[in-house]
Design a protein around this ligand. Sequence first.
Ligand code: 2AM
Ligand code: CA
Ligand code: CA
Ligand code: CA
Length: 259
Amino acid sequence: MTQSENRHALILQWLKEIKLYILEQKNSDLDVEQKTADNDLVTKMDRSIEEQLVEKIRRHFPEDKVVGEEGFGDGVSSMNGTIWFIDPIDGTLNFVKQQENYAVMIAVYEEGVGQAAYVYDITRDKLYSATKGEGVSCNGQRLAEPANLSLREGLIAASSALMMREDKTIIREIGNTSMGVRMLGSAGLESVEVAKGSVVAYVASNLKPWDVAPGLVFMEELGMSAVTFTDEPIDLLINNDIVFSTKNAHKDIIKMLNA
Ligand code: 2AM
Ligand code: CA
Ligand code: CA
Ligand code: CA
């Protein structure tokens, strides 16, 4: 086994364990707490999953760095070396309010290049994964590259934080140009929607590195577009306003955002 095959096998094992842990614990007291606002929540599951993953990464890969949402990782100021991006539960509000539409996410970058990405939709038991050069798969079955549809020819996904903003009328114009807008509330699962071709774009503001790290690998593997609102490459050391899309929808959306 190569080192990356070994890492892939370990991650699959860890995700399996996390799934069992979530299904076992989800009916227990979640200890829901507010972070920065009354819709910005964290539960003991977010913390515990990140803590478990970080402990395993440190044990097996002591040289690597970890960037995680709940603070068990490292402070990272460059993309040098191997960096793991961890979002223990992406869509915590869905986890608390819907008991579905959330995902466990891991992405691994080496010297700034995405090597592996995992978005695990726990309740549907669908693991979306990519390893560099091998495309994107769902439960091991490779996804086809989506058709290169334009904005007019498809649905888009958007973050509700962005869609509801009074000052960003252009976002609603983009929505109106498309066939319709869908808002799922999980950046990871919305990236998967783009990868599957269910939407032609996912448009979201102020996403954190762990929100976008796996989707960025998926877009790369499928030859799709991943840029900021100003059409720059996404920088995983900062928060970004992002567009994940087909190549044609990318042209349409960037033109509208920067007109
Ligand atoms: P989270 O559930 O891991 O926090 C929709 O809310 C999407 O935006 C989710 O993927 C959510 O990730 C992410 N997000 C990023 N920053 C957020 C914030 N401050 N409040 C709520 N969601 C946020
Ligand atoms: Ca959060
Ligand atoms: Ca997230
Ligand atoms: Ca999270």
